[in-house]
Design a protein around this ligand. Structure first.
Ligand code: NDP
Length: 283
């Protein structure tokens, strides 16, 4: 019998026009010959409830949420994963037989990308620049993966303190807020330094986080959430001081790969996804 109906997935956001996730998910669906679509959909904040009802009504397999919906979506869902519950934000919804389950794969994507490159999280001392949504997801997942200490650096004290408190209360990891002072020194015992702010994102690719790059230790790992440009000034400076560097594409691809598996039940063709995105972003 003919089967013309496509399975639907996608992303809800506003602004969302420049979100590149469709490139890697569509490449993965094509590689496995799956009749799935990934749609980039503009959803205004006041329309989120209707849009989530449509996920059920139109039998979407699942959906990604981006700004400004990651927190507001929570009361509209049926269940939350452990990580999404701790983080307090959802970037992925899975439609399991009409039940909408909220997950957060941002942090898992980040930790998977590091682990695949033999960076050890268990017992690691980590410094995270930023305390927004990406930092919350990354800090939570690093803590759940056994990080021993996390320095949370943020210019706004309230959110920095709040993230440190969250990690201390909800995980076994010890977290401490560090005010973001000028030319901030990276503590010598840091194993992994992470930029979880948008500093350096196009069109501000000449910007870099204000830290003392001379305090970066040879062999330290440095990771950026910024994926456009792929080679940020932050990573260039860290590499110049001997750090092993990991760009934002790894996190984006790995969270996309996790979402792919959650929605299709198939193993994700990670190389296909990475190459499609790298080609798109590097031209
Ligand atoms: P949020 O707006 O939630 O948080 C931004 C954080 O960056 C805050 O802590 C903010 O500090 C800090 N910040 C922003 N501008 C500056 C500045 N000029 N100087 C110092 N601190 C600054 O954003 P998200 O956490 O959701 O996203 C952060 C970045 O991560 C974005 O660029 C996003 O595209 C990227 N991202 C990448 C992913 C990937 O897969 N590679 C996945 C998810 C996000 P304050 O509290 O003081 O305002």
């Amino acid at each position: 019998m003919a089967h013309y109906r496509a399975e639907l997935t996608g992303v809800f956001g506003d602004p969302v026009d420049d979100n590149p996730t469709c490139v890697l998910e569509e490449a993965a669906y094509a590689a496995l010959g799956l009749n799935y679509r990934y749609l980039t959909i503009k959803v205004l904040p006041e329309d989120l409830e209707t849009a989530i009802a449509a996920v059920k009504a139109m039998n979407f397999k699942g959906i990604n949420l981006t700004m400004p919906h990651k927190i507001k979506v929570i009361p509209l869902l049926d269940e939350l994963s452990e990580a999404a519950g701790i983080i307090g934000a959802v970037n992925t919804v899975i439609n399991k037989d009409g039940k909408l389950i909220g997950e957060n794969t941002d942090g898992k994507g980040f930790t998977t990308a590091l682990k695949n490159n033999n960076v050890t999280l268990s017992g690691a001392k980590i410094m995270i620049l930023g305390a927004g949504g990406a930092a919350r997801a990354i800090a939570t997942e690093c803590a759940l993966n056994g990080a021993s200490h996390i320095y949370i650096v943020n210019r706004t004290q309230v959110s920095g303190n709040e993230l440190a408190r969250l990690i201390n209360e909800k995980t076994k990891c010890c977290a401490e807020y560090v005010p973001w002072t000028e030319n901030l020194a990276v503590p010598a015992d840091t194993d992994i330094l992470i930029n979880a702010t948008p500093i350096g994102f196009t069109p501000n690719q000449m910007h870099r986080p204000d830290i003392d790059y001379d305090t970066i230790r040879e062999g330290m790992a440095a990771a950026d959430v910024v994926f456009d440009p792929v080679d940020t000034l932050f990573l260039e400076e860290c590499a110049r001081h001997g750090a092993r560097c990991f760009n934002g594409i790894g996190m984006l691809v790995q969270q996309g790969a996790l979402n792919f598996t959650l929605w299709t039940g198939e193993e994700a063709p990670v190389d296909v996804m990475y190459n499609a995105l790298a080609k798109e972003l590097q031209g």
